[in-house]
Write a protein that binds this ligand. Sequence first.
Ligand SMILES: Cc1cc2nc3c(=O)[nH]c(=O)nc-3n(C[C@H](O)[C@H](O)[C@H](O)COP(=O)(O)OP(=O)(O)OC[C@H]3O[C@@H](n4cnc5c(N)ncnc54)[C@H](O)[C@@H]3O)c2cc1C
Length: 381
Amino acid sequence: MDFDFAEHHTLLRQSVRDFARAEVAPHAKKWDEQERFPKELVPKLAEIGLLGIRIPEEYGGSGMDTTSYAICVEEIAKIDGSLALTVASHNGLGTGHILSFGNEAQKKRYLPKAARGEWLAAWALTEPGSGSDSAAMSTTAKRSGDGWVINGTKMFITQGGVGSFCVVLARTNPDVPKQKGITAFIVDHGTPGFSASKHLQKLGCRSSDTAELTLENVRVEDAQRLGEVDHGFTDTMKILDRGRISIAAMALGLGYGALDMALTYAKDRKQFGKAISEFQAIQWMLADCKTELDAASLLTYRAAWLADEGRPYSREASMAKLFASEASTRACNKSLQIHGGYGYTREFAVERHLRDAKICEIGEGTSEVQRMVIAKHLLMG
Ligand SMILES: Cc1cc2nc3c(=O)[nH]c(=O)nc-3n(C[C@H](O)[C@H](O)[C@H](O)COP(=O)(O)OP(=O)(O)OC[C@H]3O[C@@H](n4cnc5c(N)ncnc54)[C@H](O)[C@@H]3O)c2cc1C
C-alpha cells in the first residue's frame, strides 16, 4: 500500500520481500503438499533476523518495533501463510511472553537461542474444552516442594511439535474468579511427561506445525514460572493484543498476494476475444479487493504505530485483525473466482492463499471474539 513508512521500514520490507521470493516462493507449494514444517529454513530465517524481530540486541535479536514485526509477517504471507504463522507466533507469542514478562535469567536463557533459531518457541493457551473462553482452562499447576507439577492437555499449539520450549498457561488457584488464578510456565521440550501427542492435519497453513500437547505430572522448578503467580491471564491478554496485529498483517499479505495473482491472470487470460481484465465484473472485483485491503492496511499499521508509541492499542488491534482477516478471505475468494477453474486447481497458488487466510479469522481470537472485545471497549467508554 502507498503509505508514508519510515525509510528503515521501507528498506526492511524490501529485504524481507527479496528473501521470501528467493528462499520461500520456490518451495511453498511443496511444503504445503507434504504438510511438512521446513526445518531447513530456520537458520536462514534467523540469519536475516526474522526469529528475533522484537528481541533487543543485547539478547541477540534485531531489536525492531511492532511496525517492523507487522511488515515482516505481511511480506512473508504474500508468499506463504504457513511460514508467516510460524514467524508471527514464534516472535509474538512464545518469545514475546518471555520478552514482556520474563525475569533477567529467563531472558538470558531463552531469547538469544530463540533469535538464533536454535530454539523455536510455542505458546499454549487453548485446550480441547476451552477456546474462546480460554480462562476456563482445566490444565492445573500445583505447588510441589520448591517447584510445580503441571497436568493437562493443550490444543492447536503452533510449533507444538517442533518447538524447543513452550509457554504453558495453567490454573494455579481454583478458588478465585477464573481469570485471576492462572499462571504461565516455561516448559522445555524433553521435560518428562511433556509431549506432542498428536500432529493435527489442517485445511490450510499445512506446513506450519500444529500439535496437541499432553502434560502428565510435568515437574518444573519455580525458576520456570513466567511472571507473577495468578497473573498469567492478564499478561496473556497483552500478548494477544500485539499478536493480533501480526495476524492482521498475515491476512494483509495473503490478500495482497492473491490480488497480485488476480491482476496478472486477468491481464493474461482471454475469453470472448479479449483479456478478462477488460470485463467490468472482473474490474469491480479487483477494485473491491484493493479498497478493502488498503483499508485493512491502514487499520493494521495504525494499531502497530499506537503500540510503538506506547499508547493503548487493544481495541485497534482487534479492529485490525477482524477487518483484515475477513477482507483477506474475501480477496482470496475473489482472486480464485477470477482464475476460474484454474484457480480451483493446485497449479495456481491462489487456492493455498484462500485456505491459509481462513485461519486469520480464527486464531488468536475468532472474529466473534474480536467483535466482543471492540464492543467491550466501546461500552466502557
Ligand atoms: C492453525 C491453528 C493454530 C493455532 N495456534 C494456537 C497456538 O499457538 N496457541 C494457542 O493457545 N491456541 C492456538 N490456536 C487456537 C485458537 O486460538 C482457537 O482455535 C480459537 O481461539 C477458537 O477456539 P476454539 O477453536 O475452541 O473455538 P470455540 O471457542 O469453540 O468457538 C466455536 C465458535 O463459537 C463462537 N463463539 C464462541 N464463544 C462465543 C461467544 N461468546 N459469542 C459468539 N460466538 C462465540 C466462535 O467465534 C466460533 O465461531 C490455533 C488454532 C488453529 C486452528
